[in-house]
Design a protein around this ligand. Structure first.
Ligand SMILES: [Zn+2]
Length: 290
């Protein structure tokens, strides 16, 4: 799933291609928006808010096209007039917006809504400070965390209402760097401020990179300490990396961790041997031993 850094880069790319220019094409392939035509409007700005993309337009009452990438979504920018799709990829296209120079194509978007710009809060107002946003304020995040002392720190970091932009990869990598089990209650984290600062640092370091890496090593399989590495040796101590669920269903997510480098509670880990992720076709679909 794209995390805040990918969404930030996506919005930045769309902003550079579309902002300040009039749309000459508007094709929203979304049931509730099928009759909407943004042609003739000017894109004023495209920005990321956590994992949400807000595309603001004027030329009439200000309207915001809101999209969320969810699991598989992406936006691509092509030169207007150049071929950008194949018959196969055409099925996945959910939005096409173009000016005379650039064409933005949204594939497999998880959400697409159009709201008055003044009402953006109805879509993103619940979010905590955006890790990569201009409103980033670690003090607000710390206050929220400290108000939830019993909550597992990994679960809290994934909650977009606490801070916006962290997904399973940056949660896992942040807690590895801090040496904390993801299930450690917030109240038992000795330096919760350092956790928040580390999450910000790792995301910020990735906002301009095409390849996500927290280790500084961009080679395939070397880019993370523990994320997506279950069954493989910890890069620091050699202990096999583990994966287990964190949070409450249906929001439960995967948490990768090293039991030696990140001591603490592991309530959902059954302790069974985990084969290396991706070792077989079946393993690429699920990190769990079945
Ligand atoms: Zn380790």
């Amino acid at each position: 799933m794209p995390e805040g850094d990918v969404v930030w880069r996506t919005a930045d790319r769309l902003n550079r291609a579309l902002a300040g220019r009039e749309l000459v094409t508007s094709d929203l392939r979304w049931p509730s928006l099928a009759t909407v035509d943004l042609t003739g409007r000017t894109v004023t700005e495209v920005l990321a808010r956590g994992k949400h993309v807000l595309l603001r337009t004027d030329g009439g009452p200000p309207l915001t096209l809101h999209s969320h990438l969810r699991m598989e979504g992406s936006w691509h920018v092509h030169r207007t007039g150049q071929p950008w799709g194949t018959a196969r990829s055409e099925d996945r296209v959910r939005a096409v917006l173009a000016n005379t120079e650039w064409t933005a194509v949204g594939h497999q978007l998880g959400m697409l809504d159009l709201v008055a710009t003044a009402d953006e809060g109805s879509l993103v107002g619940h979010l905590g400070p955006d890790v990569l946003g201009p409103d980033w304020d670690p003090a607000v995040v710390l206050a929220t965390l400290r108000s939830q002392p019993d909550r597992a720190v990994g679960d809290a970091l994934l909650d977009q209402r606490v801070l916006a932009g962290v997904g399973t990869m940056f949660m896992a990598e942040t807690l590895f760097v801090r040496g904390l089990s993801p299930w450690t209650p917030v109240s038992e984290v000795a330096d919760i401020e350092a956790v928040v600062i580390t999450a910000h640092r790792l995301l910020d370091a990735n906002r301009h990179r095409a390849v996500q890496a927290t280790t500084g090593d961009l080679r395939p399989g070397q880019a993370t300490y523990v994320h997506a590495r279950s069954g493989r040796p910890c890069r620091r101590c050699g202990t096999p990396v583990r994966v287990a669920m964190i949070g409450t269903a249906p929001q439960a997510r995967t948490a990768f961790y090293c039991p030696s480098c990140q001591p603490g509670p592991t309530p959902t880990d059954d302790g069974r041997r985990q084969r290396p992720l991706g070792a077989t076709a079946r393993r690429t679909r699920s990190p769990y031993r079945t």
